[in-house]
Design a protein around this ligand. Structure first.
Ligand code: F6P
Ligand code: MN
Length: 327
């Protein structure tokens, strides 16, 4: 029997080594508890009628709650128990959620169940989160922080049972869930340097809706790399982190249906793009928006702000960033 180091043990040592407080441990313990509950609800979701659309009634005549709402409620419950979170931003809540404005230490930004088109099939989705810290002695605190201010960011791929988490200046680490529902076996992730394994990931249906330069880039580069697209950022980015290459969701500027135009991009800055950009940076990669600006430098103006995203291996992202800057 092979037994492994648990995530909590890894984190305790990490905090001790860096002379950190226990507050972050309390927060991470809550996040882990939430993820385990979501994982369980998701695996058993189809059986209980929870993978359908909200607004439906199940065979017992009860209102079916959409899995996104279930995941959101679970996370908020556990965050509340910590007493350490000032405010939370969730994809599932239009408004910011005030939790502990006085005693809290952290701001958290999360997407409880990202990759909604996979939900009805029980296929991979993600719980993505980024954490910033209260400015204890500086100016007034505010939750609209750029990704470079995050102290940690991570994602659970559900129901795959993985946690990937990056700590500021301390790398990106992957854990797997074991038979006792503990996340175990820390493995440090660095993007591979050589292009042999690189992959490209984007919604190919959209390729003719991108601006001309991006379409041209795709034409020139697509045959060099394997193409993979799952349709859930956490799952697609999970592959990029180990295989290298690039995930992109460019701005949609040439759609014949004006309702489908997304000149700002589709993904959300604070709990999608910045989260993967942070993990990517700690793994040696890079991420930019439609102007070639590093994602982690973008100062959000709204907590649900959208952005285009190009994330992955540095040479590839830098190559497209040069072209984007020129446009
Ligand atoms: O919420 C964003 C999201 O579900 C991501 O997880 C995913 O990468 C993207 O949307 C997929 O969008 P599309 O269906 O347009 O390819
Ligand atoms: Mn999402």
């Amino acid at each position: 029997m092979e037994l492994e180091q648990t995530f909590m043990n890894f984190l305790l040592h990490h905090q001790e080594r860096h002379n950190r407080t226990y507050h972050f441990l309390i927060l991470m313990d809550a996040i882990i508890s939430a993820a385990k509950h979501i994982e369980h609800s998701y695996i058993t979701g189809a059986l209980k009628g929870n993978l359908g659309q909200a607004g439906k009634v199940n065979v017992q005549g009860e209102d079916v709650m959409h899995m996104d709402d279930i995941a959101h409620e679970i996370i908020i419950h556990y965050l509340r128990t910590t007493g350490r979170v000032i405010r939370a931003v969730s994809e599932e809540s239009k408004d910011i959620i005030p939790l502990d404005e006085e005693g809290g230490r952290y701001f958290i930004y999360f997407d409880p169940l990202d990759g909604s088109s996979n939900v009805a099939h029980g296929l991979p989705v993600g719980f993505l989160f980024g954490i910033a810290k209260r400015n204890l002695d500086g100016p007034e605190d505010f939750h609209l922080r750029p990704g470079k201010d995050y102290i940690a960011a991570g994602m659970f791929v559900i129901p795959t049972g993985t946690l990937t988490i990056a700590f500021r200046e301390a790398g990106t680490w992957r854990f797997h869930i074991d038979e006792t529902m503990n996340y175990v076996k820390p493995v440090r992730i660095t993007l591979p340097d050589t292009p042999d394994t690189w992959e490209l990931s984007f919604n190919a249906t959209n390729r003719y809706t991108y601006r001309k330069e991006v379409q041209e880039w795709v034409r020139q580069n697509e045959r060099r790399y394997t193409f993979r697209y799952l349709g859930a950022l956490a799952g697609d980015f999970h592959r990029i982190l180990t295989r290298g290459g690039m995930f992109m969701y460019p701005a949609i500027v040439n759609h014949p249906d004006p309702k489908k135009l997304r000149p700002e991009g589709k993904l959300r800055l604070m709990y999608e793009a910045s989260v993967v950009a942070f993990m990517c940076r700690e793994a040696g990669g890079h991420a930019v928006d439609e102007h070639g600006t590093p994602i982690l430098d973008i100062e959000p103006k709204d907590h649900h702000q959208r952005t285009a995203l190009y994330v992955g291996s540095k040479p590839l992202v830098e190559d497209i960033a040069n072209l984007l800057k020129g446009g």
